[in-house]
Design a protein around this ligand. Sequence first.
Ligand code: NI
Length: 136
Amino acid sequence: MLKRFSVSLEEELLEKFDGYLGTHGYSNRSEAIRDLIRTTLVNEEWELDSEVVGVVTLVYNHHQSQLQERITELQHHFYQLITSTTHVHMDHHNCLEVTIVKGKASRVRELAEGLIALRGVKNGNLTMSSTGDHLH
Ligand code: NI
């Protein structure tokens, strides 16, 4: 079943999109949008399956009860992904922990999201990178 939804776009972007329709042989916008959405979703699925390297950065207060234990527990659960971990004592209370990871993007994301979501983590992020070789 087809459903309708409306999209708001800047005029300039819409003009470019209409140009794209012309050069790619689309007879209407809906058809082009459907294809673009499908392509994006497939790419994402595929990206989740590719091998990446990444860095998980965490800043947290080590006085937060159970936090250090939970971090260690999660890291052990995903030990096959972890290449190395570096811990820096930033000041009396705060720690910086950088974990270098390597593996399937979906697993890497799972580990990073788990760590970042832990109570007491003040700041956390994941940077992923790959050789890009699989793109060719
Ligand atoms: Ni520390």
